[in-house]
Design a protein. Sequence first.
Length: 218
Amino acid sequence: MDKQFAVLGLGSFGSSVALTLENMGCDVLVVDESYEKVQEISDKVSYAVKADVSEPDALQALGGRNLDGVVVAISESLEASIMATMLCKEMGIPLVVAKAKDKLQGAILQRVGADRIVYPEIEMGSRVAKSLVSKEFVDWISLSNDYSMVEIVVPQNWVGKSLVDLGVRERLGINVVGIIKNGKIEVAINPQEPLREKEILIVIGSNDILEKFDMKNR
């Protein structure tokens, strides 16, 4: 079953997240108070609804309980962001990502339940969307239209095995270019050394392969 996300607010950031998720094969519901913004994106996402996301009845009617996650991308009102974040958590949505313009707003949204805070001036919407879908990835940085670099915590079934044993390049088509151990990056990798729990691999690969990485390693 495809993952299902809602994006609340259709500014440039929210639209970027929504379109990237849709292009990655997710079911995406977008919600905004602006009829024009909803109409503009309606043929590019799974569902587009005009509604006030700070109203409890509006969110409940959208079937939020079935969602894998919500991105609160409201830009006009901090109060609306707070209300939407709180309502989403009260509905039991497992992952609520909230947009903030500065650290103070981020702290407030985190206090009311946001699982993750993003700052659009720093993080592109497409990067956030990709990190939502690929849960194993700690971070995702686009290098070009076709290739990206990601950070991934060593999967449990890789612990105790070396890169040679795993054949990541031959079998998965990805290249490990570094390992983060105890917060320090090592680029002189010994491919024969067993991987340890909680180490983070720095990996480069094509977007097509990386987007399917979760499925290949279940």
